[in-house]
Design a protein around this ligand. Structure first.
Ligand code: SAH
Length: 255
């Protein structure tokens, strides 16, 4: 059974106490017993083998046997999802499913048509990402960044061009159309010889209300490709999950 432990000690250290969340999960869902072997992951690429040495109502103690670095399940392609913040459970769904698909980082964006008032749900989102990582066998949970305004994100320029080279290629998905992903894949490999599916790519998906024309042009002026996802207008959550899946298929480790 795989459990999350943010502060993995080294072997030989006194047994560690896991968080109550993990205690509930291990007892109620996984039916853990004393002396069971467990796998712990810290969400940053370290994993450990251990044995449960105490398990009661309040305590969940694991003795660490071995700690190792393992990232065998990580895609060589670092996908950053720039997601217009969605209402309630839709955002949760996008985080959960794209974490399973191997997204590296999610940057929630407040866009012109974002309908959500409370955007500070970082703790909840990070928790969902960690749970999804645990489920699908990843040792690295996607990082969820603080929400920022769409325009500020592009102004501060982590994706802007530098010396004529796109620092990090990006694709903005527009419901009113754009190029096909296969064409973009071909162009990306021509335009940026460094991009061999081992770098990073940003994928921008709008909120329920879509992207404004201005937002799309700001992204395009920052070197983003504008892509369509076929003739149908997808719900934002469908678009995000599909976009990440297709990016893994075209450039990453799926398919
Ligand atoms: N309210 C808008 C639809 C927004 S869909 C309308 O009715 O026109 C939410 C987001 O999903 C979009 O901003 C876009 O990023 C993505 N999306 C949905 N369908 C898409 C498509 N066919 N091609 C590209 N992106 C799409």
């Amino acid at each position: 059974m795989r459990l999350y432990c943010p502060d993995l000690p080294d072997p030989g250290f006194p047994p560690i106490e896991l968080q109550t969340e993990e205690l509930k999960y291990a007892k109620n869902v996984l039916r853990a017993k004393l002396m069971d072997e467990v796998l712990l992951f810290d969400g940053r690429g370290r994993e450990a083998k251990g044995v449960i040495t105490r398990l009661d109502r309040e305590h969940f103690t694991v003795e660490i046997k071995e700690v190792y670095k393992s990232s065998g399940k990580e895609s060589a392609l670092g996908i950053r999802l720039l997601q217009g913040i969605l209402k309630g459970q839709k955002m949760d769904l996008v985080i959960q499913k794209t974490a399973e698909l191997g997204v590296a980082r999610i940057q929630p964006l407040v866009t012109k048509y974002t309908e959500v008032k409370i955007t500070r749900k970082l703790e909840r989102w990070q928790k969902i990402a960690i749970e999804a990582a645990r489920q699908c066998g990843r040792n690295v949970a996607p990082v969820i960044n603080e929400p920022v305004e769409f325009m500020d994100f592009f102004k501060s320029g982590p994706v802007a061009e530098e010396n004529g080279l796109i620092k990090e290629p990006g694709i903005i998905f527009w419901e009113r159309g754009g190029e096909g992903l296969k064409e973009i894949a071909a162009r990306l490999q021509d335009a940026d010889s460094r991009f061999k599916g081992t770098g990073c790519i940003s994928l921008a998906v709008g909120p329920e209300g879509g992207f404004s024309e201005e937002e799309v042009s700001v992204a395009v002026n920052n070197g983003f490709y504008r892509a369509g996802l076929g003739p149908r207008i997808l719900r934002a959550e469908t678009a995000a999950i599909t976009a990440v899946g297709l990016a893994q298929f075209l450039f990453g480790d799926m398919g």
